[in-house]
Write a protein that binds this ligand. Structure first.
Ligand SMILES: CC(C)(COP(=O)(O)OP(=O)(O)OC[C@H]1O[C@@H](n2cnc3c(N)ncnc32)[C@H](O)[C@@H]1OP(=O)(O)O)[C@@H](O)C(=O)NCCC(=O)NCCS
Length: 174
């Protein structure tokens, strides 16, 4: 399947065309929320600067998946901070707030391609703004498993949140 990954704002969609779009990433409540977010709120939040959205899209404007990036903070436990030589207060990270692939395209590597695209963009950002890693706040343990097993993220406290140091991101793309 041929597709490109680009900013939502460069995809040609308007708020009204996004609302009419068919995008289904699963039946669970949190999966439905990911589809609703994309169709109703992604463009507004992109324009306001809350979260930038990037889409995997075909030539005929079929959306295969999307992810969002926002600035965030992480309060890592002392052990992690010491290891990464981070100061004794919350550190700047990029939050991958959403990641979803349409149901009919799951399991074909699009999730991994979206993550790689996110890593590249985050590394570019980290050239100009302090970014010590990536944070994701998965909605359940199964989703947390995807980030840990497939993407190398690390759980760092008693929540479901996971973290990837920027140096690991850099190495992953070398
Ligand atoms: C999770 C999701 C983004 C993955 O995208 P995808 O395109 O289906 O995944 P890929 O094809 O890139 O990767 C598939 C691989 O991940 C593995 N995988 C998928 N879900 C997994 C999980 N929860 N835990 C561990 N591994 C998982 C598959 O077994 C497969 O492994 P393989 O490459 O060794 O065969 C997608 O399934 C999705 O959108 N799900 C619904 C929404 C969602 O859960 N979003 C995520 C986070 S909140």
């Amino acid at each position: 399947m041929s597709y490109v990954i680009k900013p939502l704002t460069e995809s040609g969609f308007t708020k009204s065309s996004l609302r009419k779009l068919s995008f289904d990433c699963g039946n669970a409540a949190d999966e439905q929320e990911l589809a609703i977010y994309f169709k109703r709120y992604a463009l507004t939040n992109d324009q306001s600067g809350c979260a930038k959205t990037f889409v995997a899209i075909t030539d005929d404007l079929q959306v295969l998946g999307y992810y969002t990036l926002s600035a965030s903070l992480i309060d890592l436990p002392e052990l992690f901070r010491k290891e990464a030589k981070l100061p004794d207060y919350p550190s700047p990270v990029v939050l991958i707030g959403k990641l979803a692939v349409c149901k009919s395209c799951q399991g074909k590597g699009i999730g991994q391609a979206l993550m790689r695209d996110a890593f590249l963009r985050i590394l570019e950002t980290a050239k100009n703004i302090g970014v010590c890693g990536i944070r994701i706040d998965p909605s359940n343990q199964i989703k947390q498993g995807y980030y840990i097993q497939k993407c190398g993220f690390i759980p760092f406290d008693e929540t479901l949140s996971v973290y990837l140091p920027i140096e690991t991101v850099r190495e992953a793309l070398r």
